[in-house]
Design a protein. Structure first.
Length: 90
């Protein structure tokens, strides 16, 4: 589990990814395009923390309160009407 994250830079990485569509990274955050059902994967310090799989945002290893904060930034940057958050870590 990742118990602490720095949200600084997340928004910038998401914006870069929106422009490039393949990969974008910053100091702590990285997002990369997946394949087939995995639309993209979000990393924090090289740990995959969130997946977007067929419209579902899946929490890999964040406590729910941190996931909610990260998901809020994602919602602000992307058209998330099509996304369904799954808040529980696997």
């Amino acid at each position: 589990m990742v118990y602490k994250v720095n949200l600084k830079g997340l928004r910038n990485v998401l914006q870069k990814f929106e422009e490039d569509g393949r990969v974008a990274s910053g100091t702590h955050w990285k997002i990369a395009k997946g394949g087939y059902d995995l639309w993209w994967q979000l990393y924090y310090d090289n740990v995959p923390v969130i997946d977007c799989v067929c419209n579902e945002i899946e929490n890999n290893c964040l406590p729910p309160e941190i996931f909610d904060k990260v998901f809020q930034v994602i919602k602000e940057e992307y058209d998330t009407n099509k996304f369904y958050p799954i808040r529980k870590a696997k």
